[in-house]
Write a protein that binds this ligand. Structure first.
Ligand code: ADP
Ligand code: F6P
Length: 472
């Protein structure tokens, strides 16, 4: 078994689901933020990625991709139902997102969560060289740091949570809350998107485990676990360069023409998820059409909503509701050849996505709660001429950094409508000042800065990073 000095552990391998079938490897770039975030780092680092290759049954053996070794973890249908669809996405996901949908609790799901986390820990222990850095990602694998420490105490273990970490009053609902906290505390460094999440975690560690904790350090057994905020970002330069390409500009022009050359294009790009505030946004838009503040012949909304987690009941219900509402709005306000909403459920390649960002005069990113929301950052990176208004929810992690966006509370329908109108009618000089400020921020706080700050905090004495060639 080949071993690596850097091992990333995530639910999914960074490849397209089709890879296991046809062997033609491509990085899986969408939809979803995690792969977009780590791809640029690992492309230039000798590393192993441990994860699931898609499908159920025996783990396929995969070739390296862009120099990254792929180590597959097999999952059965039952594992997927009870771990991925169950505990991860019907217990933790809603609970961590302010319980905007009701979290479900089932003992069988918890058993699967333990079983699958154990399998990931064992797979990781097998591919990590002595003293390696292991970076465990996200809520699917919260027990892995603790399990791995037991198997391989020589490793330097990091854990990063890409989603929000909830306040104690919500987390306390979890029947196995102590085990989940213990699992995370197996890491040397626990990273969150926002400082508030680190604060919540420290409070919970004290309350549930009775350990001594500050927002920076937690004393566990004979160790100190460091905690902190490391807001994830994007490859700003790469996306800006892509967006500046002539073919992207031409594609954006074609999009605008195909949309009927409206004065204003509003764009939203989401996974079909109840955390993204899609229904609230549609209601706001529909009321603005009904009141005549927005007219279909001047303004169009392009709503991209890629289906996600389709076997989870709450996601099926959401998709039905969204599609019914889009149909109603188009039936009521559209005209022949002029729909009020262009509704698309397809994945787009990077060029098309950049062109969509370029064509959008207003980008509406209004989740009810979101760990970060990379789409908001991608829009800013793509606006190379400093135009474009970002309408951003206060409840997206990105709002902590992109404070020059037009910030709204998506739970406040009137506020949301007003925010949308303000963004549509904003003075171009104001729009440009805000966009310049946000672009400047993202140039400095890009994906490499994120990886550098996290990995240098994890690897305090710098020896492993030096061995990795100073990548991060
Ligand atoms: P989440 O991680 O909850 O899905 P983010 O906004 O953080 O949300 O990340 C979404 C990622 O998925 C972004 O990198 C975005 O570009 C990508 N994405 C979303 N929708 C599409 C789509 N239709 N086609 C291609 N990529 C998409
Ligand atoms: O941001 C949270 C996250 O789980 C990412 O890790 C992932 O890329 C994205 O949502 C999409 O979710 P899924 O992997 O369930 O399709």
């Amino acid at each position: 078994m080949r071993q690596s000095s850097l091992v990333v552990v995530a639910m999914r391998l960074p490849i397209d689901d089709s890879v296991a079938l046809d062997g033609a490897c491509e990085w899986r770039r969408s939809p979803g933020g995690l792969v977009s975030a780590l791809h640029p780092l690992l492309r230039q680092t000798p590393a192993t990625w441990v994860g699931w290759a898609g499908g159920s049954g025996p783990a396929p053996s995969l070739p390296d991709v862009d120099g990254v070794r792929l180590h597959t973890v097999p999952l059965t249908r039952d594992d997927l139902r009870d771990h991925y669809e169950g505990f991860a996405n019907a217990t933790l996901w809603p609970l961590y997102h302010d319980a905007v949908e009701q979290p479900e609790h089932h003992r069988r799901w918890w058993e699967a969560y333990q079983r699958v986390n154990q399998r990931y820990a064992e797979a990781t222990a097998a591919v990590a060289e002595p003293g390696a850095i292991v970076w465990v990602q996200d809520y699917h694998l919260q027990l892995v740091p603790g399990l791995l420490r037991r198997l391989r105490p020589d490793l330097r273990i990091g854990f990063f949570l890409h989603v929000p970490f909830p306040p104690p009053e919500l987390f306390m609902q979890l029947p196995r809350r102590a085990e989940l906290l213990h699992g995370m505390l197996g890491a040397d460094l626990v990273g969150f998107q926002r400082a508030q999440a680190a604060h919540n975690f420290a409070q919970l560690a004290t309350k549930v485990l009775g350990v001594s904790a500050t927002d920076r350090r937690i004393a566990v057994d004979d160790r100190v676990v460091r905690i902190g905020a490391f807001p994830v970002s994007i490859d700003t330069d790469e996306l800006s360069a892509l967006s500046a390409r002539t073919e992207v500009a031409e594609r954006a022009q074609r999009f605008r023409r195909d949309l009927g050359d409206p004065e204003r294009v509003i764009l939203s790009v989401d996974r079909m998820d109840y955390t993204k505030g899609i229904e609230q946004r549609l209601t706001a838009y529909s009321e603005l059409l009904a009141s005549g503040h927005i007219k279909v012949r001047d303004t169009v909304l392009v709503q991209v909503a890629v289906p996600s987690r389709e076997r989870v009941g709450q996601y099926q219900i959401l998709r039905d509701r969204v599609e019914r509402e889009v149909g109603r709005i188009n039936g009521e306000f559209g005209r022949v050849g002029e729909p009020a909403i262009h509704y698309l459920t397809q994945p787009f390649d990077r060029i098309e996505l950049a062109a969509l960002y370029r064509v959008a005069d207003v980008m509406a990113v209004t989740p009810l709660r979101d760990g970060m929301n990379l789409v908001a950052k991608e829009y800013v990176a793509a606006r190379v001429d400093d135009t474009g208004a970002l309408l951003l929810s206060e409840f997206a992690g990105a709002a902590a950094e992109l404070s020059q966006a037009y910030l709204v509370n998506p739970h406040d329908l009137e506020g949301l409508k007003q925010g949308l109108l303000s963004a549509l009618q904003a003075d171009p000089a104001d729009v440009a000042t805000r966009m310049r400020g946000m672009r400047e921020h993202l140039r400095r706080h890009d994906i490499r800065a994120w990886a550098r700050s996290y990995l240098s905090a994890l690897d305090e004495n710098g020896s492993l990073l030096h061995r990795l060639g100073g990548t991060a």
